[in-house]
Design a protein around this ligand. Structure first.
Ligand code: ADP
Length: 734
């Protein structure tokens, strides 16, 4: 804008203007043609009035374009629009909103020029809106106080009379006025002021300049009205509450030649403000094209055409406008997703864990069923008990004990009570050793069934302890070994019968044998001198045979006497046994010139004294007998304690034994050598085996072969045979 001053420069300006246009026309006359130019003007008043107002402009342009015919076409909005669409216009003078719409819809270029008007002595190409209230309304002080008040405005389509103010409210962050609060007065703007002054409304929207006009006319007293939200920083001479918006533009349609456009633009800009023509049109000429972006921004914000349709947003627009919200939304969505994934993960893990637990439980159930099936079908008794109570006992208990499992659950100590009176104390002691169930239990004993039947049992139990060694439970088994015991007893009886038989046979046979021997010897003496040599030799054979048979019967007698006629098993010193045996063998030792080496431990043990002496005597005697003539004999006696056992070995450096012959050495009457080579009857080692086995031990021989010497060993339990420890020894072997 600039201040208009009435000067005397007109002739000079006109001259300059005319000269330049003529010069341009001369230069570009080839571009001009005789076609009529069509200048459309938006008419919001009666068409004739508009034609009268703007005809001078058409005439002026025709004159400036070298007499070219310029037709003025005044049209209301719809007509003007249809003519634009039909290409029936070349230039258009219209309002800013109309221009902005075409710029966005039809690709119109910028306007050629913007109208210049005079307001109260100022030349202005921009205008704005004013928000007014009565000066006395102290409760309305800013634009933010406007919403909710009754408001008078010119019309919804008026840029200076409504839209500019609405835009200002939005920019202040205030909401748009409600429809119910609005009173549209229509033109002229004075009506708005009237509504305000009559108190019909509290706020009025008018175009800039209206206030000053009313003040100048004296229709308003100074200070009667107050301007709200005066636009700070705007270099504008009139009262203003809003952004500034440019005046009407003169547009050129896209089909118009660029050169012609330039000439028209030049002609427009050369229009003098104080020109008669300008005055006739109520304007002061044209200014260089103003910036219409404020109009466009307003149209966008208020959703005016062409922005009344929902805008097509690109992602970029969304990002630019709402980036902070978007980031926050993305973060929230991410967190939500993350927590969902985590939740799913843990849910799945729990599901898997649940499935695994179910599988484990099923496997456990199956294994338990299998275990139960086994324990409930076997004939052996299986039980588990805690120090206080019986936890489990299988049905075999009822078969073996002849009592119900319920009775045992009710009274776990009936386990001891049911033992045979002769065994009961021993069982109680075994169980009570170091407290109930703290030691493994392994006993053979008898029980008495309720019907009085006696059964033999082999019972074992083991403590189940925790980390601190506390006994949690005892698990045990019991096997009914009565049948085996029966067989054992039968065997023992049969052995006893056999021994008796052997004894009787060997004892009783000796008598007739001795008779045979005596009579043959008597015959030999009587017939002395009458017998020839052969007959005498035959008689001698008979006497020798009888003597050998007697020896064999004696040996058999000895064999059958083991365990029957000897001393009972009792504690003895092995050292004493060794001394006794060596005492008997002294003459033989001296005869053989043997070197005797005795080493190791010779402890006390439970054994039959004369049988042990016999055992050592036989083995040492064999070592002396089966020596090599060419090698000085060395005999070692080695004793060694091995846990609960004592091992004794008699080692010689004699003739040795072929390994393949070893298995038959301990059988009765088995010999590896002829009587001519070595005196003997083959019963010594069989006797040794019988003695050792009766004591619950074992005997064996090792030899590397002929000429390699032999090592005869036996091992005996220090506490005597099992039966002896169980107190039933005598019943079995005695
Ligand atoms: P006997 O000595 O009366 O023949 P034994 O039963 O004592 O009967 O021995 C059986 C056989 O074992 C003997 O005939 C002998 O061949 C062999 N034998 C026993 N002791 C030894 C030994 N120390 N060295 C080599 N052979 C032996």
């Amino acid at each position: 804008m600039f201040r208009h001053t009435n000067t005397n420069k007109k002739p000079l300006c006109l001259g300059l203007r005319g000269g330049i246009v003529v010069l341009l026309l001369g230069l570009f006359s080839s571009a001009l043609h005789a076609e009529t130019l069509r200048l459309g003007v938006l008419s919001f008043r009666p068409l004739a009035e508009t034609v009268v107002r703007w005809q001078p402009l058409a005439d002026y342009l025709g004159q400036q374009l070298n007499g070219r015919n310029v037709e003025l076409i005044a049209a209301n909005y719809e007509e003007l629009e249809s003519k634009i669409q039909a290409g029936a216009l070349d230039f258009v003078l219209t309002n800013p909103a109309h221009y902005v719409m075409h710029r966005n819809q039809s690709g119109f270029s910028g306007p050629l020029a913007t109208l210049l008007v005079e307001e109260h002595g100022y030349l202005l190409s921009q205008f704005g809106g004013v928000v007014l209230t009565l000066a006395e309304y102290r409760h309305i002080n800013s634009l933010n106080d406007v919403p909710g008040r009754r408001i008078a405005a010119v019309s919804r389509g008026s840029l200076g009379g409504y839209q500019a103010q609405a835009m200002a409210l939005l920019e202040e962050g205030a909401p748009l006025p409600n429809q119910a609060d609005l009173l549209f007065t229509g033109m002229p703007h004075d009506r708005v002021i009237d509504a305000l002054l009559t108190g019909e409304v509290e706020v009025g929207f008018v175009r800039s300049g209206v206030l000053e006009s009313l003040l100048a006319d004296g229709r308003l007293a100074p200070g009667q009205l107050r301007v709200l939200g005066s636009a700070q920083g705007q270099r504008y001479p009139l009262a203003l509450s809003t952004e500034l918006y440019p005046e009407w533009p003169l547009l050129v349609l896209p089909h118009v030649d660029a050169e012609l456009s330039r000439l028209v633009a030049a002609a427009l800009l050369l229009f003098e403000p104080d020109d008669q023509l300008a005055a006739a049109m109520g304007i002061r000429g044209f200014a260089v094209p103003a910036d219409y972006s404020t109009v466009e921004a307003l149209a966008r914000s208020l959703r005016l055409p062409p922005f009344d349709q929902p805008p097509s947003f690109t992602w970029r627009d969304v990002w630019d406008k709402h980036r902070y919200w978007l980031v926050a939304l993305l973060v929230c969505t991410g967190l939500l997703l993350l927590s969902t994934v985590l939740l799913l993960f843990y849910y799945r893990r729990a599901l898997v864990a649940g499935t695994q637990t179910r599988q484990l439980n099923r496997a456990l159930g199956e294994s338990e069923a299998l275990l139960r099936q086994i324990t409930e079908t076997i004939r052996e008794v299986v039980w588990v008990r805690s120090p206080e109570q019986m936890l489990y006992i299988n049905p075999a208990y009822e078969q073996v004990w002849g009592r119900t499992t319920e009775s045992l659950y009710a009274n776990p100590d009936s386990f001891i009570d049911s033992a045979h009176p002769d065994d009961r104390e021993r069982i109680r002691q075994a169980l009570m050793d170091d407290g109930v169930g703290k030691q493994p239990f392994d006993e053979v004993y008898r029980i008495v069934r309720p019907n009085g039947e006696v059964r033999w049992l082999h019972a074992r139990s083991y403590p189940v302890v925790d980390d601190q060694g506390r006994v949690l439970r005892n698990a045990g088994t019991a096997v009914d070994i009565s049948d085996m015991k029966g067989i054992e007893e039968e065997l023992a009886r049969s052995n006893a019968d056999l021994e008796q038989f052997a004894y009787v046979v060997s004892h009783d046979l000796r008598q007739p044998l001795r008779m045979v021997n005596s009579y043959v010897q008597m015959l030999q003496r009587r017939l002395e001198g009458q017998l020839d040599g052969d007959t005498r030799q035959m008689m001698q054979f008979a006497i020798d045979g009888a003597a050998r048979m007697d020896q064999m019967l004696l040996a058999l007698l000895d064999y059958s006497r083991v365990g029957r006629k000897g001393q009972p098993i009792a504690e003895l010193e092995s050292q004493a046994v060794q001394d006794e045996a060596l005492h008997f063998l002294q003459p033989l030792l001296e005869e053989a010139g043997a070197k005797l080496e005795i080493e190791g431990e010779w402890p006390a043990l439970m054994a039959s004294r004369d049988e042990m002496t016999r055992l050592l005597q036989n083995l040492i005697g064999n070592a002396l007998k089966y020596r090599l003539a060419e090698r000085p004999l060395v005999v070692q006696l080695r004793g060694e304690r091995r846990g609960e056992h004592w091992r004794c070995c008699i080692v010689d450096n004699g003739i040795g034994i072929p390994p393949e012959q070893i298995p038959r050495l301990f059988q009765i009457f088995q010999r590896l050598h002829s009587r001519e080579q070595y005196e003997g009857n083959g019963i010594g080692l069989a006797l040794c085996r019988r003695i050792v086995e009766r004591h619950g031990g074992s005997i064996w021989v090792e030899s590397a072969g002929e000429g390699q010497g032999s090592c005869f060993c036996f091992e005996l339990p220090l506490q005597g045979p099992d039966g002896l420890r169980a107190g039933v020894c005598c019943a079995v072997g005695g």
